[in-house]
Structure formats: structure tokens, C-alpha cells
Design a protein around this ligand. Sequence first.
Ligand SMILES: Cc1ncc(COP(=O)(O)O)c(C=O)c1O
Length: 358
Amino acid sequence: MELLRGLAPTAQALAVVKADAYGHGLVGCAVAAQQAGAQWLGVALLTEAFELRKAGVSGRLLAWLVGVGEPWRAAIEADIDLSAASVGILDEIAAAALEVGRVARVHLKIDTGLARNGATPADWPAFVDRAAGLSATGAIEVVGIWSHLAYADQPRHPTIDLALERFRDALDLAERRGLHPEVRHLANTAATITRADTHFDMVRIGVGVYGLSPGPEVGIAAEIGLVPVMTLAGKLILVKHVPAGTGVSYGHIATTASPTHLGLLPLGYADGIPRAAGNVGPLLVGGQRRTITGRVCMDQVVIDLGSEPVADGTEVIVFGRADRGEPTAEDWAAVCGTINYEIVTRIGPRVPRVFVGG
Ligand SMILES: Cc1ncc(COP(=O)(O)O)c(C=O)c1O
């Protein structure tokens, strides 16, 4: 967090803790991020924001994946900043604010080229007019204007310049209509690291908070100075000796080549081990590099441990830190055809999160 804040020294930092803090544990990570200097927390869903408030987490908190029909009154009472991307959403938020008797803090979202959430540039003038009108009534306060990049992980991609131009145009128009937001924000982790021209007043840092690189074009985590936060570890609950020619796990997609020991690790696809990792998922078992043997099951995987016996209870690192010789989330992403974000985010609720190091 300190490293990333240092890269955007004039901007406030919002730590993105959506999706159970990218699988790391929502409340523990939110508190840790605040302690490390994040002035804001960001989540996608209101349910996530409510969970934080219920756990006693205070401070600025933005929920951005919201639509018509949300429990706006509860959100405003819980002091949550709300994103809005349509006139319909603005109207609902303003009506709820009047009912509650509090001013709702709103961040207007402009779609600068991702074509996901946000008002289009064509709809922006009417959207801003409505926001200015509702702001004049005192129902809402426009505290933010924001957007999200389509190609931040490719720092020289021309769409970034185009998005910046659209963002600046959107800001200019809002200023001309009398809106002076406290925070203009566009950058995610990749843009925070590589594009100072996207920092504006606040950066929204997600994957970097968890010590992971947003992608190869941004850099390798260790080179950027990031240390992965999550280590996924388990223990062998059974080790047994089997003869050569033993078919292993469902469908026998692996067969032992010689007499060997098989270890059983109680982590499966219900826990977030991708099923695509059958026969390819890298592991560190008692300090030795191994690979998942056979299919990944719902709750367990089998590992061919070789001819030397290994003790029951031996520790297995699924992924963690490269500097400790452990497989990384990037290694897992490479063999499973995905990205490190998905590897950490999919770790299931059965896996206890143990917070170390404060
Ligand atoms: C709107 C928005 N902002 C910021 C982020 C953080 O992105 P990153 O994890 O790449 O830093 C995300 C994550 O997907 C997002 O959806």
C-alpha cells in the first residue's frame, strides 16, 4: 500500500476490497488497508458495503456496481458513497435522500471506452444536467466523477489517451454546469504504476494491494516491489504406497509410472483449485516441487510424491511467493489459461483466512 501510494503521491488512495478483497477476506483486508493509509475503500456491491459497516468499518466507502431498485435509504443511512450512471439511478438516490433527511454523496460515472458501466459521452450532458439540478435541491452532492480504463494493463495502448480525452471533456462539461467534485478518479493498479497522467485526485488500487502485478506489460510483481499477500497452504491428510500402473483420481487421466507414494490434499475445485489444473497445477510439498496428479475433485487432489516416503501432515504450498521458491498465482494462471486475479479471487469460503503480520 505504501509503495503504491508513493507512486501517486498527490492522489488519495482507494483500496478495492470487492469480491471478498479479491478472495483474501473482506473485513480483515479493509481494516489492514485503512491502517496502511488508504483514505477510501471501494466495493462493487452494496451487500459488500453493508457487510463492512456491520463489522464496524467506518470511513469513506464507495459502492459502484449499483442499479435501479437498490436499498438506497439503507445505503445513505450507512454513509456509503454511491456511483450513478443513469438519470433513473440519480432520481432514485435523490428521492431516498429526501426520505432519509440526509444528503446522498454521489460519484457520476462516464463511460470513456470500456462500454461496461457509466453514462455514454452522448448521454453525459443530460445526465450532468439532472445531477446539477438534484444537487441544487440539496438532495445529493456530486462528490466524484469517475471512469475505468479498458486497456490499463497495456500502458502504451492508444485507447488510454482517448479515454483521458473523454474523461477531461466530461469533467469540463460538469465544471461548466457548476459541479466541482472532490475526487476525480480513473486509475486502477496498472494505471497507478504506469500512467501518472491518469491519477487525478484518487487512484483505485485493487490487485496491487494484494501484492500482485496487473499483468506482464506492467511488470513482474517482484520487480515492481510487490509481495504477494496470499499463501494458499494445506496439509497432506494421507500418504500411501501404490504400485506402478495405478490409475489416479476420477477418470484415471494419470497413471503411476513406477511404484510411488500418493499424497491426498483436501483442497478441490469447491475451494477454488481450478479443475483445469488436473495434471498441471504446480505445488510445493515439503520443499519439493510437485504437480497435481490426475483430476482435481470437488474437495481434494492427489499428488504423486515419488518413491521416498513423505510424512502424513506434510505442508503443501499451492501458491505463494516466488522468492521462497513457491509456485505463484501467476504460475497457476499460466497453466490454467487465466489471470492471477481469478486464481486468488476464486478461493472458496471453506478455506480459513489467517491474517499474519498485522
Ligand atoms: C471500477 C474498478 N476500479 C478499480 C478496480 C481495481 O482494478 P485493479 O485490481 O486492476 O487495480 C476494479 C477492478 O476490477 C474496478 O472494477
